[in-house]
Design a protein around this ligand. Structure first.
Ligand code: ADP
Ligand code: ADP
Length: 593
């Protein structure tokens, strides 16, 4: 990406707090710091914390220069401000658990999953935090379908202190597009425009987005910072490799390519809607933008477990506008844009007469109605170059992976039904792997017991393997009691919600106990085993399973056929001639398809 020769370099808006934070130690200090860190206790950071560290270190979160201490944290929750008074709507914390590495006034080496050294932190605060409070105040919800319900498995303490960062986290992909705030600013200044408008996205760009970008750039007569998030986005989103290919294709062919700078943002999104939008504005100011496009449903996590949107479509716009003057970042607001086929153009909904024909394709429809069915996206909706990249990355549904997750009490009939289903799948030419809770405990999870923690670990291990199978286009049939709702939802996110089918084997406890195929209930009643689900440990039934099975009235074969019919309906298995009858079976389309 070569910037144009500047007519006159422009002065960009200064970073928030006037100076870009830079936590990276000078090159000459690196070796000493490395040697010193080799004697320190280590703390491994999650992928999310590594994203946060990168933005702290490079100044993307300026003026914040550390994971938040308690005063900052509390004020951020209550007032969206740091203790200095600067706006900051999202808590950026480093969660940890009690352990040998966590000592007040001592240094700790921060490492990634491969144990590479990232930074040294001098711990000057260790404090407890309250997940429910954060969920309520920042996300406005306790709903477990919110992607940040993952907080329940974060450490129960937050640690804070001075950071000395060895180097910014390494990324092997798209290096030419990975620009720090300082690099982005230098290039933007060279474009010679006074205004810089940023566009945030976590989706492939279609013509509607091009229209937003074009209109915004013209409105402020400036340069566009096309700034897609490539850190963590919503589980199930199009992966960033595919997305970045579409961005590159677009920038190469856009009419106003000389006014677009494409750069990747290693942000870990929180999907916090309005608060997140304000955060996006603040971050983009640090990268040199003085405007942010905020359209409909900005940074939205979609719908909650009752099927209701978490946030109103324009709540994000309203909040950013409220703080726009103070933050120094203007909002370029857009209503929902729709396509007018008779005029071959896009328009905001309120400018469209009620008689006009309109067309739009939602993100869900892109996947379900087009890519999954192997149908090409229409030209009015997306550029052919982009359509081709997406078709290549997303084969039709019947070649995609899927996880069928059976949950229910011991003896409910999970394994029995799973086995029957697996045979039916093989009959249809789909390869399936069965991950049975009991079998997995003999190898993958050998040594794990039945405490809540061990059970969760077992489920996560199964989830991890299932997610890999699904990612490679296979079918994972999992049968494990999986008693806890939160953990099952976590697995749903690991696999990707659109590829996860939760099957609740709803057999009453009395029936399971009477069957007692493994003799476990008898042992539990005699007190020979404790913490047995249904007896002295809870089973939390799913609130919105895709399917619920009755094993008292229905046979394993009938249930197997029912699941197969559902898979055919969802497109994961191809229908053949004899399937019409199955598709007409009553009670098929239940749950949140
Ligand atoms: P995010 O989840 O971070 O908002 P998206 O890629 O979904 O990322 O959206 C990027 C931006 O484009 C957001 O500001 C969003 O409001 C806006 N946007 C997306 N689609 C439309 C649309 N059809 N009409 C208006 N604004 C839209
Ligand atoms: P789980 O995997 O849920 O612990 P299993 O499938 O191992 O349960 O055991 C269920 C027991 O119930 C088996 O012995 C099975 O033969 C019996 N059973 C009776 N009726 C049914 C049915 N309709 N569906 C599934 N299993 C049934």
């Amino acid at each position: 990406m070569t910037p144009p020769i500047p007519v006159k370099p422009s002065t960009l808006i200064p970073p928030y707090g006037d100076e870009l934070v830079n936590l990276v130690v000078p090159p000459e200090a690196v070796n000493d710091l490395k040697a010193y860190a080799s004697h320190l206790p280590s703390l491994q950071l999650s992928e999310r914390s590594i994203c946060d560290l990168e933005l702290l270190a490079s100044g993307g979160f300026s003026p914040l220069d550390r994971f938040m201490g308690q005063d900052d944290h509390q004020r951020v929750l209550e007032e969206m401000r740091l203790s200095s008074g600067h706006l900051f709507p999202i808590p950026v914390t480093l969660p940890a658990d009690h352990g040998p590495a966590i000592h007040l006034d001592e240094d700790v080496a921060l490492r990634n999953a491969k144990n590479d050294l990232l930074a040294v932190m001098t711990i000057d605060e260790v404090y407890e935090w309250d997940m429910v409070q954060v969920a309520r105040m920042v996300f406005g919800t306790l709903d477990v379908r919110h992607p940040l319900a993952e907080m329940h498995r974060w450490g129960k303490l937050n640690i804070s202190g001075r950071l000395q960062v060895l180097r910014l986290p390494y990324h092997a992909d798209f290096q030419e597009l990975r620009l720090s705030p300082a690099q982005t600013r230098a290039i933007l200044a060279a474009y010679g425009y006074e205004n810089v408008v940023a566009f945030q996205t976590r989706n492939p760009l279609h013509r509607v987005h091009e229209e937003l970008i074009k209109r915004a750039t013209q409105r402020v007569d400036g340069v566009l910072l096309l700034h897609p998030v490539v850190g963590l986005t919503k589980p199930g989103d199009v992966d960033h490799y595919t997305r970045v290919r579409t961005y590159k294709a677009l920038v190469q062919t856009a009419d106003d390519a000389d006014r677009i700078l494409l750069a990747l943002l290693p942000l870990a999104m929180r999907l916090a809607g309005p608060r997140e939008a304000l955060w996006h504005a603040l971050i983009r100011r640090n990268y040199g933008a003085n405007y942010l496009i905020v359209g409909r449903d900005h940074a939205s996590p979609g719908i909650d477990s009752r099927g209701k949107p978490f946030y109103g479509p324009y709540d994000a716009q309203a909040l950013v506008e409220q703080y726009s003057a103070e933050l120094g970042v203007g909002v370029i607001p857009f209503e929902e844009l729709v396509y007018l086929p008779d005029e071959n153009r896009y328009e905001e909904v309120s400018h469209v007469s009620s008689q006009a024909r309109t067309a739009s394709i939602s993100g869900t429809q892109v996947r379900q109605e087009y890519l999954n069915k192997g149908r090409r996206l229409p030209d009015w909706f997306t550029r052919p170059e982009v359509a081709e990249i997406l078709a290549e990355a997303y084969p039709p549904r019947h070649q995609q992976g899927v996880c069928i997750w059976f949950t229910g009490l011991c003896g409910a009939g999970k394994s029995t039904t799973a086995e029957v289903l697996t045979v039916f799948l093989l009959e249809r030419g789909r390869q399936a792997t069965v991950l049975d809770g009991d079998v997995v405990r003999t190898h993958l999870s050998k040594g794990l017991g039945f405490s809540k923690e061990d059970r969760d670990t077992n489920i996560r291990r199964i989830g991890f393997v299932a997610a890999e199978i699904v990612r490679h286009g296979g079918v994972a049939v999992c049968a494990a009691v999986s008693p806890y709702r939160v953990t099952r939802n976590e697995v749903r996110d690991m696999v990707g919600p659109e590829h996860f089918i939760e099957v609740f084997v709803d057999t009453p406890l009395e029936v399971c106990e009477q069957r007692d195929a493994k003799g476990m209930y008898a042992k539990a009643r005699r007190g020979e085993i404790t913490a047995f689900t249904g007896i002295d440990d809870p089973y939390e039934p799913p609130t919105h399973p895709e399917l619920t099975l009755d094993t008292v009235v229905q046979t394993p074969e009938e249930n197997g056929h029912r699941i197969l019919a559902y898979l055919i309906q969802r497109g994961f298995v191809r229908a053949d001639a004899g399937d019409t009858l199955l598709n007409e079976a009553p009670g098929l389309a239940e749950g949140n398809v």
